[in-house]
Design a protein around this ligand. Structure first.
Ligand code: ATP
Length: 304
């Protein structure tokens, strides 16, 4: 369980992230959205103990019974890549260009005390787990010999190597083309023990997460179950974000769906998530998406 309470990030006297609080339970997938500069990355980096020089965090952040903020660097280093790990947007900067892939995956385990031979064997398993084709061949390759999507899978393997309790992803698929992006998102959803997923892309959040936090100007301005936030946004910023996104066709008024069980066939309102609705077909209005079975997607269609 991750618990963040009153997290504030400062550069000198300037508050860049203010009083952020949220929790992520095991198995939960939480999206963190907000415009550029709203403080998403700094929030994540402060949990990882990776804030840039001159930037400091205060407040409470605890994973299980271990503090992540306000503790000595050596303590955070012991947790990073073990209890929690992160996948960034650009894998090339995170991978060592001179080291073979298999050795890089194994290294993150030997660094945390696993015997070399065991780490090597597990690294082969991990490359397979992230569904890299020919994992043996990939293990012997150097980063530049892999595609962007393959490199990102390697980063995921590294992130999972020590069995973390929490995975943080910061725009992990932005640099990938759409088909590869989808496969990567499916994989992350499948393997993450608990997930904090940072993105600009509301459709990705809709497909990945059951809960969402919206940041604006360094604060969390809105949070809650995805369906609630996306269909009944309370904060003006969230309303604007949704209205501007491709999830909502221009001019569509977000319908109220509270407690409603739609009749088979036609639904009132517009298809809010049409572009990325998991059903993504013209027949998705006949799916049970809004019948209270836990789907977080609003797949209803304009009534004729
Ligand atoms: N090292 C730094 N020193 C001072 N200010 C910083 C530093 N790093 C980031 N900031 C500022 O902190 C604010 C939040 O940055 P952050 O990177 O967390 O935003 P973000 O929401 O992740 O944006 P993006 O989506 O573009 O990555 C921004 O105004 C940014 O300019």
């Amino acid at each position: 369980m991750l618990k963040v309470d009153g997290l504030t990030v400062r550069a000198d006297t300037v508050e860049l992230v203010r009083d952020v609080s949220f929790a992520i339970a095991p198995g939960e997938r939480v999206g963190l959205i907000g415009e550029s500069g709203s403080g998403k990355s700094l929030t994540a980096l402060s949990l990882m103990g990776l804030l840039p020089e001159g930037v400091t965090a205060s407040g409470l952040a605890r994973l299980g019974d271990r503090d992540l903020v306000g503790v000595p660097e050596s303590r955070v280093k012991g947790l990073r890549g073990r209890a929690l790990s992160m996948v960034f947007q650009e894998p090339m900067t995170a991978l060592n260009p001179l080291m073979r892939i298999g050795a890089q995956v194994a290294e993150v385990m030997t660094l945390h005390g696993r015997p070399r031979q065991e780490a090597r064997e597990r690294s082969a398993e991990l490359l397979e787990r992230v569904r890299l084709p020919e994992p043996g061949q990939i293990a012997r390759a150097y980063p530049h010999q892999l595609s962007g999507g393959q490199r990102q899978r390697v980063m995921l393997a590294i992130a999972l190597a020590n069995g973390p309790e929490l995975l943080i992803c910061d725009e992990p698929t932005t640099a990938l083309d759409v088909t590869v992006q989808k496969q990567m998102l499916d994989l992350i959803g499948e393997v993450a023990p608990a997930l904090l997923f940072i993105t600009h892309d509301l459709a990705v959040v809709a497909a990945m997460c059951e809960r969402v936090l919206v940041m604006y100007g360094g604060r969390v301005v809105e949070s809650g179950p995805l369906r609630e936030v996306f269909t009944r946004p309370r904060h003006r910023y969230t309303q604007g974000l949704l209205a501007a996104s491709r999830l909502t066709p221009r001019g569509t008024r977000l319908p109220t769906i509270a407690g409603s069980v739609p009749p088979a066939g036609r639904f009132p309102g517009g298809c809010v998530f049409r572009n990325r609705c998991p059903h993504a077909t013209p027949t998705c209005e006949t799916t049970p998406a809004l019948t209270g079975d836990g789907h977080a997607y609003a797949c209803w269609h304009p009534a004729d």
